[in-house]
Design a protein around this ligand. Structure first.
Ligand code: AMP
Length: 128
């Protein structure tokens, strides 16, 4: 992808340059715990390919990569207690959404009641 910054944190994690606490991995995706958890369980899932956004990912990744990524999201969300209690999936894209790391990823949040989506979204991700 043109414009992809290969020095971003998740690219460095995928290359093994920065450690992470792996939850699940398959051929096309890696799931690991967020370093600054915003809920008792906070997991990130990233595709192994170099994609900035979901549009970039869905337009340019292969069908196998897209399938493998979403399968990994489902597998990562099997961790206790999410499978029993429920969880939320969030993906920030671009500046309005406060995307900090320019490598497409989804957050899986759970382990406590998360409240209505927009209120909790503001609570969890917007410091303003
Ligand atoms: P976003 O704002 O959607 O781009 O979220 C980026 C997320 O990456 C934040 O929740 C950070 O806490 C998380 N993060 C940043 N660096 C690391 C790291 N080295 N390991 C795990 N998570 C990280």
């Amino acid at each position: 992808m043109s414009g992809y910054d290969d020095q971003n944190t998740f690219a460095r994690i995928l290359r093994g340059e920065i450690p992470c606490d792996i939850v699940y991995e398959n051929e096309h995706a890696l799931a690991f715990f967020d370093i600054n958890p915003q809920a008792p369980v906070h997991i990130l899932v990233v595709p192994k390919g170099s994609y900035i956004s979901i549009q970039d990912f869905t337009q340019t990744a292969s069908a196998a990569e897209v399938e493998g990524f979403w399968a990994a999201v489902g597998e990562a969300a099997r961790v206790d207690p999410l499978i029993d209690r429920g969880f939320r999936i969030v993906s920030n894209s671009g500046s309005d959404a406060h995307q900090e790391v320019p490598h497409f990823h989804v957050h899986i949040l759970g382990g406590r009641p998360l409240g209505p989506i927009l209120n909790k979204y503001r609570d969890v991700f917007d410091s303003n």
